[in-house]
Design a protein around this ligand. Structure first.
Ligand code: TYD
Length: 131
């Protein structure tokens, strides 16, 4: 199930610090890291499912919503802090929207980039779930 994972937070008058360790704070080996930024108002990202890829998404700055859909139920997670993130197992449809100005989304992925791992059409996703 997709769920929020709280990360260590070292509060300090000089500024706070948070970190992530693979297979410790996230339940997978981190093969890739990417980030989404400079998102114009009203735009959305995602809109696909991954066959194998697991992800962990953190709002390093600003805020946005992540909608996760298992084909039956949709869940919306609002991410707005850099000391927690959303774990998304493989096999779920996900979309990101409502990006605030200057938001920065960090995505840790369990796989290298592979276009063959994407299902980009929602009807194909529903069909794939039945296989
Ligand atoms: P995509 O995953 O479709 O973006 P989003 O889901 O956020 O809307 O990626 C957009 C493009 O970027 C896609 O054509 C391929 C490229 N890309 C890479 O080359 N490597 C990567 O790690 C990612 C995430 C995307």
């Amino acid at each position: 199930m997709p769920h929020i994972i709280n990360l260590p937070k070292f509060e300090d008058p000089r500024g706070n610090l948070t970190f992530i360790e693979e297979e410790n704070h996230v339940p997978f080996k981190i093969e890739r890291v990417y980030w989404i930024y400079d998102v114009p108002g009203g735009q959305h990202r995602g809109g696909h499912a991954f066959i194998k890829q697991q992800e962990f998404i953190v709002a390093l700055s600003g805020s946005f919503d992540v909608m996760v859909d298992d084909g039956k139920e949709k869940q919306i997670f609002h991410l707005n802090r850099s000391y927690y993130g959303l774990y998304i197992p493989c096999g779920l449809w996900r979309e990101m929207n409502n990006f605030s100005t200057n938001s920065l989304a960090l995505v840790l992925s369990s796989t290298f980039y592979d276009e063959h791992d994407y299902i980009r059409d929602y009807k194909s996703f529903l069909t794939w779930l039945l296989l």
